[in-house]
Design a protein around this ligand. Structure first.
Ligand SMILES: O=P(O)(O)OC[C@H]1O[C@H](OP(=O)(O)O)[C@H](O)[C@@H]1O
Length: 324
């Protein structure tokens, strides 16, 4: 089966992840699992081998969209590892159940994480946010639900301005919001009780890989004595980093930074657009997960418990598929 027939939802989901119409590490993971579920339901493969080949090909297509958020390969791994059985029917059921279970666990993890993070927030606190993170917002929302009054300084987050989404959602929660440009962050840090960010990946040494600008913000916060918390459910833990791999930082299109007319008017320049950066563990006070809060340096213990020492890539083509 050299060219398995992929369901249109796979291509559509992959395109939306690549263009960031679907974005945010947890949201990407849920979308990928849901697309595999659709692929399994609609797959017309006649043999178990062809069914498995098709699901692996679908997972490969989803995997190639964005390289930094490990929630995506962790979602694919979760679903494909549970594709087991001797018949197309049992394989299909395995994928459907796994995808449902994954999305359900994702929601529950975010709620549990929110309760952990909310414990750090006191009535009357001001938080500073960067980008838009559903995990970070879960902490603030739980604190608000507990009756705490929270204010937020929201960084715009160039070039995609995800801060606008954060501002709207915080406003809907009843949080008092002040929107600032990214370069104003240091000016406001003295009035901030917590910097709270999300994560796209957490490395074994406790480094936080998150939206570009996070590391500079964390260094400034340390200088000002403002604690930094990274809200990251355990699907953000990057198992490959246990064996020394580094996390690839996505470079995005320059047109997100500058329109072509302005660029042409400037002349011959290079425009770089890294989407993420790496914040070393010494600038992060706590990683908030659904399993509790951890000093970044100790997160490796949880990673070993959850992933062991080696990770597979179940979306890779089998030898039989390659030989066809
Ligand atoms: O999983 P949740 O907490 O929602 O998001 C985690 C992270 O995903 C986002 O990346 P992008 O906007 O997809 O590039 C941000 O970097 C954010 O902190």
């Amino acid at each position: 089966m050299s060219n398995p027939q992929l369901h249109p939802d796979i291509e559509e989901t992959a395109a939306k992840i690549a263009s960031m119409e679907i974005r945010g590490a947890a949201t990407i993971a849920a979308a990928a699992a849901t697309a595999l579920r659709t692929q399994a339901i609609e797959c017309t493969a006649a043999t178990p081998q062809d069914f498995e080949s098709t699901l692996r090909a679908a997972a490969r297509r989803l995997h190639t969209t964005r390289p930094t958020a490990v929630s995506l390969p962790n979602a694919l791994r979760y679903v494909l590892r549970r594709m087991a059985g001797e018949t197309v029917g049992t394989l299909r059921a395995g994928v459907i159940n796994a995808a449902d279970e994954f999305v359900d666990r994702l929601d529950r993890a975010q709620a549990d994480l929110g309760a952990v993070g909310a414990n750090r927030l006191r009535d009357g606190d001001t938080v500073m946010t960067h980008c838009h993170s559903t995990d970070a917002l879960a902490c603030i929302e739980t604190a608000v639900d507990q009756g705490k009054s929270i204010s937020a300084i929201v960084k715009e987050t160039r070039p995609r301005n995800q801060g606008h989404i954060t501002a709207r959602e915080l406003r809907e929660m009843g949080v008092d919001v002040t929107l600032i440009v990214d370069s104003a962050a240091r000016r406001y840090l003295n009035a901030v009780d917590h910097v709270i960010v999300g994560a796209d990946s957490i490395a074994a040494d406790g480094s936080v890989i998150n939206k570009i600008g996070t590391s500079g913000l964390a260094v400034n916060a340390r200088d000002r004595g403002t604690p930094v918390m990274a809200a990251a459910q355990t699907i953000k833990l990057h198992p490959d980093t246990l064996t020394g791999h580094t996390v690839e930082i996505e470079m995005r299109d320059e047109r997100e930074v500058i329109d072509s007319e302005t660029r042409d008017s400037i002349g011959d320049i290079t425009v770089d657009n890294p989407a993420f950066d790496v914040t070393p563990p010494r600038y992060v006070d706590a990683i908030i997960t659904e399993r509790g809060q951890f000093p970044p340096e100790s997160i490796v213990t949880l990673m070993r418990e959850l992933f062991g020492e080696s990770v597979d890539e179940p979306w890779e083509e089998s030898k039989r598929e390659k030989d066809v």
